[in-house]
Design a protein around this ligand. Structure first.
Ligand SMILES: [Ca+2]
Ligand SMILES: [Ca+2]
Length: 327
């Protein structure tokens, strides 16, 4: 089990040669204690009153304002299940996406949804201070997946300004069995929520300012290189290079003892506001379709999550620009 605070310091004499590398663990979850993810709310507006708890479990659609918590062909509320087995310390949490959703058979329910699972931390992390990074890590596996079934490890935050919702977000997404082990990596900054009136002016997908994505194994990112069906690790590094300048890096590795492989760096659309950590499994346009009797459960297992504050090496940090300075 992780200690809440871990500090690695090189000996003092060495610090004259190399920068001190310190890691401060801000949050650690082994999924040992069910009460930590038992909170669910009927209305997202009430989330603030649960700030002392660890995780929020997304409840079923229909108990709350429609369209707030559903996503694609997914209704939330499929409860995560604690499993005893081969996690790092023997326990892990199983996220299910079921083709059978008992809520589909409510009166007047025309649309059929799969039944998915989502958790988020109630606490927000970051933004990192200059010369630091916030790292979000998870050990997970997706042993059963189908086309357009999505498993995500991501960060998110939103704010309202002038009646428009703006969000910051960083996504690791397995986007379906037809993509094998490859993932979509996406960073967002101040993304304005679109509506039926059309696109928000001055923003667009891959505009490099509000949204930036890369599929691993494409020209934009290295192949993921892990087997998603077995335990592996993902890490988002959110760095502050100088005041107001942020960078997102995505890493993966198969085994805890392996060295992380950098898959992709995104500078343009990097978030700058504190974000929650999220985990979910859901469907965009599911194949197979929702069933009217217990069918298949698609699975994402999560052994642990961790959030750390790390000090960046001196070579990464940029000197602040001084306006009007003479060279
Ligand atoms: Ca922002
Ligand atoms: Ca665990």
């Amino acid at each position: 089990m992780f200690k809440q605070t871990t500090l690695f310091l090189v000996p003092l004499f060495a610090s004259f040669i190399h920068p001190v590398h310190a890691q401060n663990v801000l949050f650690s979850e082994q999924f040992d204690t069910p009460s930590r993810w038992s909170t669910s709310v009927r209305n997202p507006k009430n989330v603030a009153q649960y700030r002392g708890s660890d995780w929020l479990q997304y409840p079923p659609l229909g108990n709350i304002a429609p369209s707030s918590f559903n996503l694609g062909y997914t209704e939330w509320g499929n409860k995560p299940v604690q499993m005893v087995g081969d996690g790092a310390e023997g326990r892990f949490l199983r996220f299910k996406l079921s083709t059978y959703n008992p809520n589909n058979f409510k009166v007047n329910r025309a649309s059929k949804f799969c039944w998915g699972t989502e958790l988020q931390t109630l606490r927000k992390f970051g933004p990192p201070s200059v010369g630091h990074a916030i790292e979000f890590e998870s050990r997970l596996r997706l042993p059963v997946l189908a086309p357009r079934m999505i498993g995500s490890f991501y960060t998110y935050s939103q704010k309202q300004s002038g009646g428009t919702v703006f969000s910051d977000e960083v996504d690791f997404e397995y986007i379906g069995a037809d993509y094998g082990n490859e993932m979509l990596l996406t960073s967002w900054n101040d993304w304005a929520r679109r509506n039926d009136n059309g696109p928000i002016p001055s923003q667009g997908y891959n505009d490099g300012k509000h949204h930036q994505d890369a599929l691993t194994g494409s020209a934009k990112a290295l192949p993921n290189g892990v087997n998603r069906a077995t335990w592996h690790l993902l890490k988002i590094r959110w760095s502050c290079l100088s005041s107001g300048v942020y960078r997102i890096e995505y890493f993966s590795k198969q085994n805890t003892t392996d060295v992380y492989k950098l898959l992709c760096t995104q500078d343009g659309a990097a978030p700058n506001e504190a974000m929650e950590m999220h985990l979910n499994i859901w469907a965009t346009d599911p194949d197979p379709k929702p069933t009217n009797a217990p069918g298949t459960n698609y699975l994402m297992d999560v052994d642990w999550c961790r959030v750390s504050d790390v000090i960046l090496g001196a070579g990464v940090v940029r000197k602040p620009k001084v306006s009007g300075a003479k060279s």
